[in-house]
Write a protein that binds this ligand. Sequence first.
Ligand SMILES: [Mg+2]
Length: 385
Amino acid sequence: MDLNIASIETLLVPPRWLFVKVTTRSGLAGWGEAVLEGRAHTVATAIDELSDYLIGKDARRIEHHWQAMYRGGFYRGGPILMSAISGLDQALWDIMGRSYDEPVHALLGGRVRDRMRVYAWVGGENDEAIIESAQAAISAGFTTTKMNLLNGPLSIVDSHRKIDDAVTTLARLRDAVGNKLDIAIDFHGRVHRPMAAVLIDALAPYNPLFIEEPVLPEHLEFMADLRRNTAIPIATGERLFSRYDFKRLLTLGAADIVQPDLSHAGGITESRKIANMTEAWDIALAPHCPLGPLALAACLQVDAISHNAFIQEQSQGIAYNQANDLTRCLTNPEVLNFDSGFVKIPDGPGLGVEIDEQYVRTVAKSGHRWRNPLWTHEDGSVAEW
Ligand SMILES: [Mg+2]
């Protein structure tokens, strides 16, 4: 079979995704998800530039192509280039798996687990809505949730009233669900250094499963200080883009849980290495995935082969995903079934999901121009979202 790369195509799929299709001369094709949320067109251009190198090459030399795309441009890393490499890497692994009629995890050593725990996002306009959303998650079989808790900006030093509000919300939620639900809290980088320790200490009595991005990832040194001063596991990684970024995190001792995004951190090739690195530090893996079905399928391939993976994010029910069902783009939507709070490790060829190409091409005609919300503080200055 001629598996030299013949063409590379990107499709802007609503609500905010970018799919990439790599087709070989034999006609065998693979799909990946390359999006950086809010910068989909920029990543599509980066893929177009990388295609100058990839066209005509043997699709199976994935590691070599990864190195060429990363090192070959002299400038490396960062969200745009690494998201482009990520989507292409996923598509090449999809081709590799399909060429052997095996799931990707089988080619990477075989799965260490049969199914993966997944979590649901909960949220709402007020405490009642949040509790209702958490009870719906429990009814749907989920045992773990994540929430933003802070539904608005927090200034670099802010009123303790906002801390009190956040604590009240978590206390009411804990009271409503007892210990039936593990609750992770994502600070989303919205909290600055002076308020982070105050908030972590105030939430600790309600036993959060973990605290995510307690400060922005550019402040890993301060994150390490926070971690040393709390018993609650600290998670981060969605805005780190390679092993080299994670090396800094590990050296500083800034996290207990790493969250590489399979569509931003260099794809399957790089994320499995990140998983291996962190295993040696006894750090847990929880791949970040508020994206579409291809990104989630890629995550599950890495979860399958990573002993330290303990939970998988998925985007069903997230507000910014509701314009499109997670599985609507698939002809085998049953593979992403979360009924029991787990998803079975896909055992189909490649990534294990089958794209409904006719549907994807139809919705990609209108595409999207999804942008991150821009928040401001009371005084009009820009706030973290
Ligand atoms: Mg997050």
